[in-house]
Design a protein around this ligand. Structure first.
Ligand code: GCB
Length: 695
């Protein structure tokens, strides 16, 4: 379902120059820099800069005062009042102030830190695991990096920016404004009727159904490596009989001096089981322990090996050691099945969100532990990172516990395309000769185009108030950014055995012609990065109007029969769903996962016979879907993922009662009746060995 929501704020337009964010810096060869997770070793040290930072929003009417006054050039508490703000966390739900909760624009953070003097001869790197959305980072008043997009890490070498022996200041400016070309896209809408709104009044329109939490969401880390260092590691695997075949590539960064590589595979106990010494190679592990989901191997699920990479420079005697966990496993899809290590895998799934009370989307270890506890309690063997990449600490747990992940990009709500309508009518004309319609549309198009010429800026960000060719959600700018985000995601998660599919988007408007070339290109880009994992997106269109499912390996469909249509009529679910799924399979001949289905349920609401929003309705609703799943499972149906694992926050709106309540669990992670239903179902699948393999 598509939802448009607004946050109301009062601002004036801003005339500053657009800052020109780059999401990532490519090397001259066009290759993405490595994005190895900061780990300590005998050659590397790290320090999290988490804690209480100083914080202030720039709520000036232009949202640009902070740059005019150069807040980054001195401690934040000298340019104005500050409040303490925890890192990592979203800032929205920390205070009791509406203007902070609903803020749109630049929010400023700073803190002081010292650098260990033993790091003096090292290369020092600053990494932010996720900050939403646009970031500008300063060390001691000097800009050291910018990044566009939340949910993914970015880093820069800061060796020459930090002082050793005196205090350093780290300042981060963050802007959560979403525009038609951000990922996810959104728009700023100015309200011009001065009888109703003060001058400069605007709303932020979102095209997705979760709160647009902002802040420094994950760790901020300072780490040190040798000057010549292990820059990147890539591992892929295949299996031949009992032998694991491991292909690796390693790369170095920093000074180009003569060096040697040592590459070793360690098993769980730390024994070397294979070794090599080139920048790339193939190693074999006899009698390999494969990586299995916990439902397919109860004794040793999620088996991880370590690729221990040692780089030794001959002249400097410098050594860098990096240990990369990985798994040995294969993934494939046929026209009716998902195969893990050549055996059929059925996804007993859920969708999730990074979301909790107070923290918003902030990383929180107790929450992560509780979530995995409840995933296991539910019998879940698979989740989707709806609708953006999750924290690396969450992904680590999935790798370790043997829970499969469909890794989804922040491409949620790619829907608006002015061009697409024109193309649609052209298409119509060609096929149905509906010239009249096309002429009418062209007229409307012209008037919109002239309106669209006026572009506005808000706090230095270009916020297109109307959609124009080239800067709509399917335009070239969006496409280039989407591809860059997929590259960043791939760089971060490529070595994770838990990740079995890439999902490039959720519910894009793939009924519009513009979506065809757009998704063909995004998906081809992902395939060019990774030939080992199937690629997909999550679709909510119809089998007869979709233009992009033809490009995917496996179909993921969202459906809300008896909720957003025929509300209350659970008796229609079976008929409508079975027809629908069979048509998709008949047309595309690919396996299908039901990637969302669910109904809002307020914990503690009861009514018999069932009524919408009650626990009885949710249980009855899910059961109707399950009956169809059970019927199609032996055919082409390969997984189910209720929406959602837990209740989560959205913006205020008359269709949401303090957030989306489709959780099997409450936002505090306690089960509703539906949680018990899913647990019974998934546990009986495990013990009944239905389409899962138990060892
Ligand atoms: C959907 C979206 C999800 C929403 C859900 C709902 O189709 O993918 O983001 O939260 O529906 O509850 O409406």
């Amino acid at each position: 379902m598509r939802l448009e929501v607004s946050i109301q704020l009062q601002v004036y337009t801003c005339l500053q120059v657009f800052l020109g964010f780059t999401s990532v810096t490519y090397s001259q060869s066009g290759k993405l820099p490595g994005m190895l997770y900061p780990r300590d070793s005998e050659s590397r040290s790290l320090r999290h800069l988490d804690g209480m930072w100083n914080f202030r929003i720039d709520d000036s009417p232009t949202r640009n005062l902070s740059f005019e006054q150069k807040w980054y050039s001195e401690p934040l508490d000298e340019s104005g009042p500050v409040i303490p703000m925890p890192v990592p966390s979203s800032y929205n739900d920390i205070t009791n102030q509406k203007n902070i909760r609903d803020f749109v624009g630049w929010a400023w953070y700073d803190r002081e830190f010292y650098v260990d003097k033993t790091w003096a001869q090292q290369r020092i790197v600053l990494r932010i695991d996720s900050a939403h959305y646009n970031s500008i980072v300063y060390v001691n008043g000097q800009q050291v990096m910018t990044h566009e997009g939340g949910h993914l890490p970015f880093e820069a070498e800061v060796t020459s920016s930090v002082h050793i022996g005196s205090v350093n200041r780290l300042t981060v400016a963050l802007n959560n404004t979403l525009t038609p070309t951000t990922l996810p896209p959104g728009s700023i809408e100015y309200k011009s009727d001065t009888n109703k709104y003060p001058p400069g009044y605007f709303v932020q329109n979102l095209q997705f159904d979760f709160f647009n939490y902002a802040g420094i969401h994950r760790h901020v880390t300072l780490y040190a490596t040798p000057k010549t260092f292990v820059e990147d590691i890539g591992v892929t695997s295949s299996v031949s009989g009992d032998t694991g075949i491991v292909n690796y590539t390693v790369n170095y960064g920093g000074q180009s001096v003569p060096f040697t590589w040592k590459v070793e595979i360690l098993d769980k106990k730390g024994f070397v089981v294979a070794h090599g010494n080139g920048m790339q190679g193939t190693l074999t592990v006899s009698d390999a322990n494969l990586w299995w989901p916990w439902t397919m191997n109860s004794t040793s699920p999620g088996y991880l090996y370590t690729l221990q990479v040692t780089l030794t420079t001959q002249t400097h005697g410098d050594v860098d050691v990096y240990r990369q966990p990985f798994g040995i496993r294969t993934v494939a899809v046929t026209d009716t099945q998902i195969l893990l290590n050549n055996l059929p895998f059925y996804c007993q799934g859920v969708n999730k969100h990074e979301d909790s009370d107070i923290r918003g989307k902030g990383l929180d270890y107790p929450l992560i532990a509780r979530d995995f506890e409840m995933l296991k309690w539910l019998g879940v063997n698979c989740f989707r990172t709806s609708h953006y990449p999750y924290a690396e600490e969450i992904m680590d747990m999935a790798d370790r516990l043997g829970i499969v992940v469909i890794d989804e990009s922040p491409g949620v709500g790619i829907q608006k395309s002015k061009r697409s309508k024109r193309q649609w009518y052209k298409f119509y004309k060609k096929n149905n000769n509906e010239e009249k319609k096309e002429r009418k549309h062209r007229k409307r198009d012209k008037s919109r185009k002239s309106k669209g010429k006026k572009k506005r800026r808000l706090g230095n960000i270009e916020v297109e108030s109307t959609l124009n060719d080239g800067d709509d959600n399917f335009g070239n700018k969006s496409l280039a950014h989407h591809k860059a985000v997929m590259s960043e995601m791939y760089q971060r998660d490529k070595n994770r055995p838990a990740v079995i599919f890439w999902s490039v988007a959720n519910e894009p408007a793939t009924n519009k012609p513009a979506a065809g070339p757009y998704f063909r290109e995004v998906i081809a880009h992902v395939r060019s990065l990774d030939s080992t994992r199937p690629v997909t997106f999550v679709c909510n269109q119809e089998f007869y109007n979709d233009v992009a499912v033809q490009f995917v390996d496996i179909i993921l469909i969202n459906r809300y029969y008896a909720w957003y249509s025929d509300v209350g009529h659970t008796e229609l679910i079976g008929r409508q769903l079975e027809y629908d799924l069979r048509e998709w399979h008949a047309k595309f001949d690919k396996p299908i996962i039901m990637s969302e289905y669910g109904s809002d349920t307020i914990a503690g609401f009861h009514q018999e016979p069932s009524f919408v929003f009650t626990e009885e309705y949710q249980v009855e609703f899910l059961r109707e879907y399950h009956a169809v799943f059970d019927k199609l499972r032996g055919e082409f149906f390969v997984g189910e993922m209720p929406w959602n694992f837990a209740d989560f926050m959205t913006v205020q709106g008359i269709t949401r009662v303090v957030g989306n309540k489709k959780g099997l669990l409450t936002r505090q992670r306690q089960p509703k009746a539906s949680g018990h239903l899913i647990r019974d179902r998934y546990m009986s699948m495990i013990s009944g060995k239905q389409t899962c393999r138990l060892r």
